[in-house]
Structure formats: structure tokens, C-alpha cells
Design a protein around this ligand. Structure first.
Ligand code: NAD
Ligand code: UDP
Length: 313
């Protein structure tokens, strides 16, 4: 297949490009480099089946005939989407409509990278796909949460109205090599701070929870979903839940760092708990994450050491 990956210069998008090329597909990556980096694609630039197009997907565009559209373009870390609030709303709305239109035109299948943020600060735990969420529509995180909820609604509308063959993956916190070192996410911050011997900044009391999925597990789950005909959202994430303080302990263990912990204020509307119910993915895709947090951080250590040493941030 010839496949379009939007946001392919980012963390997840670049791993997706790698995985699709490894399966023998041709990949066109469209990215405006807002939060992504060409360094994530450097190893692909001599690959004949790979093409990079610098493109803001909020502007109408076409890349020729494609059989599949993976729409991953969007700032994703809280620091990035708070900094680029309007761009985040645009890429979730106009950008998603443009990508759906492109899929319709080429009779291509379409997969939307959505997010656990659709559940907001959830009242149901763990989160099943049937839960409608608890989102503050005017809070600081709304630029991301509502953009992604709009993107899901647009995807379902194109499926129902135009019969585009769509899928929606709700991605839970994912980490691994190529996570941007300065994107402010908890794993990138803690790894950077631990390797520099600085205090690990724990927001609030550190008892809020997240569930961390290693990137290879996440990509495997997304590709499995891309092959089945399920149009409603599917959670892909690792259901093992950690408090942020427990996550800090694992980072200190893996890095061998003697950093201390420094408590800082909790950002507004920071979800108190998050853990995917992955029954649907298990049943539908026979998929299961394999890599636990400690192992995943060990596999990421060399990348983070290099990123910290490069001072390219
Ligand atoms: P990232 O910031 O590393 O990658 C996003 C990419 O999209 C970047 O390369 C950026 O330049 C590009 N982009 C942004 N706006 C664009 C536009 N208008 N036109 C073209 N390109 C644009 O983030 P990521 O972690 O790789 O996230 C990728 C996708 O997965 C996002 O849609 C995100 O919402 C979703 N997601 C990620 C996670 C996670 O834990 N990493 C969790 C949930 C959802
Ligand atoms: N967090 C933290 N210290 C940091 C960065 C994040 O304690 O340096 C917390 C944050 O408040 C949240 C969790 O870690 O509760 C995950 O944050 P992240 O930004 O990685 O993603 P989120 O899941 O909030 O989108």
C-alpha cells in the first residue's frame, strides 16, 4: 500500500513510519514540524519507499493516491498544546476534516490518533470506551480534549455520511526513544532530571495515577486495529497503573540517579487517575502490551542519555 502518515516527524508518527516501511508499504509523511523534528526521520531519508512533505494539514492538500491515512498530526504533550492552543484546535478540527476529505477522495481507509484525554478527569475507573468522559470544556486542557473529541465526531460523521472506512484509537500515555526531551511530559522530564542529577519535579502530591505504554507495544496495537473493521473507538495502552511518585522511583532505579524529589503545584484540571480498560483490544485484536515500565525505561535509557548529552533542546 501507499500510506499517508500525518504528524510523521513526531514521536509516535516516526515509529509508525518505521513499522509501515518494515511491513513493505510506501509511506508519505506530511508534517509541519510544529512539535516534530527531522532528526526523527533522518534514518529514512535515503529510503526509496519514503517521502517527506513539509505540510500544514490545516491547509487543503493532496499527496496523490494513497490507500490508508493515519492521522497523527497534533501537539500532544500538555506543555506543547498549552503553548500552541489555537494550532491544536485547528489541527484537531480543520486538519482532521482535510485528512478525512483526502481519504474520501482516494477511497482510502482512515485511522485517527485520538487520546485518553477524551475521558478528561474521569469519574469511571478504569476507563472503558463506552464512558463519555468528564471534560472541562473551557479549562486550559480543553484546546486538546475538545479538539480530539471533535476529531472523533468528525471521523464518525465521515463514516456514517460518506462511508469512509474509519478507525479511532484512544492512545494512553506512551513513551520510548524519540520522546521529545523538552516536551514537559512526566517521563521526559523525570528521565532528563534524573540523568542531570536535578530534583524530579512531582506535581501535586504525586498520588495521581497514569498507565505507561512502551512505544513498540502501542504501535503494534495501532497496526492491529488498522487491520480490523471496528469503527468505534478502541483503547490502546498499558493497564498497569502507577502513581507519579511510583513512576519517579522507577526512573531513579533505572537511571541509578541520586536525584531527590521536589513537589510543585498541580496544573489545573490534571486528571487524578487514568488506566485503560483494554478488554475490547484484547478481544478484538488479540493484542496485549508486553513491556512493563522498568523494562521500557531501560530500553529508552540510551536515547535519553544521548538526548541529554546533545543539549539540542
Ligand atoms: P508529537 O508532538 O511528537 O508529534 C506530533 C506531530 O504532529 C509533530 O511532528 C508535529 O510537528 C505534527 N503536527 C502538529 N500540527 C500539525 C499540522 N497542523 N500539520 C502537520 N503536522 C502537524 O506527539 P506524539 O506523542 O507523537 O503524538 C502523536 C499523536 O498521537 C497525536 O495526535 C497525539 O494526540 C496522539 N497521542 C499521543 C499520546 C502519547 O502518549 N504520545 C497519547 C495520546 C494521544
Ligand atoms: N507530572 C509531574 N511532573 C512533571 C511532569 C508531569 O508530576 O515534571 C505529572 C502531571 O501532573 C500528570 C502526570 O505527571 O499528573 C502525567 O503528565 P504528562 O504531562 O506526562 O501527561 P498527561 O497524562 O497529563 O497528559
Amino acid at each position: 500500500m501507499r500510506v499517508l502518515v500525518t504528524g510523521g516527524a513526531g514521536f509516535l508518527g516516526s515509529h509508525l513510519c518505521d513499522a509501515l516501511l518494515a511491513k513493505g508499504h510506501s509511506v508519505v509523511c506530511a508534517d509541519n514540524l510544529l512539535t516534530g523534528r527531522m532528526a526523527n526521520l533522518e534514518h529514512l531519508l535515503d529510503e526509496a519507499r519514503f517521502e517527506f512533505v513539509e505540510q500544514d494539514v490545516c491547509r487543503a492538500f493532496d499527496v496523490g493516491k494513497v490507500e490508508y491515512v493515519f492521522h497523527f498530526a497534533s501537539p500532544a504533550s500538555p506543555v506543547d498544546y498549552l503553548h500552541h492552543g489555537i494550532e491544536t484546535l485547528q489541527v484537531g478540527s480543520v486538519g482532521t476534516l482535510n485528512c478525512l476529505e483526502l481519504a474520501r477522495k482516494h477511497h482510502a481507509r482512515f485511522l485517527l490518533a485520538s487520546t485518553s484525554e477524551c475521558y478528561g478527569d474521569p469519574k469511571e475507573h478504569p476507563q472503558k470506551e463506552s464512558y463519555w468522559g468528564h471534560v472541562n470544556p473551557v479549562g486550559p486542557r480543553s484546546v486538546y480534549d475538545e479538539a480530539k473529541r471533535f476529531a472523533e465526531a468528525a471521523t464518525m460523521a465521515y463514516h456514517r455520511t460518506h462511508h469512509v472506512d474509519t478507525r479511532i484509537v484512544r492512545i494512553f500515555n506512551t513513551y520510548g526513544p524519540r520522546l521529545q526531551i523538552n516536551d514537559g511530559r512526566v517521563i521526559s522530564n523525570f528521565m532528563k532530571q534524573a540523568l542531570r542529577g536535578e530534583p524530579l519535579t512531582v506535581y501535586g502530591d504525586g498520588l495521581q495515577t497514569r498507565s505507561f505504554c512502551f512505544v513498540s507495544d502501542e504501535i503494534e496495537g495501532i497496526l492491529a486495529l488498522s487491520r480490523v473493521s471496528e469503527h468505534l473507538p478502541v483503547n490502546i495502552g498499558n493497564p498497569r497503573e502507577f502513581t507519579v511518585l511510583e513512576c519517579a522511583q522507577v526512573v531513579l532505579q533505572v537511571t541509578g540517579s541520586e536525584s531527590t524529589v521536589r513537589f510543585e503545584p498541580l496544573p489545573q484540571d490534571d486528571p487524578k487517575q487514568r488506566k485503560p480498560d483494554i478488554t475490547k483490544a484484547r478481544t478484538l485484536l488479540s493484542w496485549e502490551p508486553k513491556i512493563e515500565l522498568q523494562r521500557g525505561l531501560e530500553l529508552s535509557l540510551e536515547y535519553f542519555r544521548g538526548a541529554v548529552a546533545s543539549r539540542d533542546w
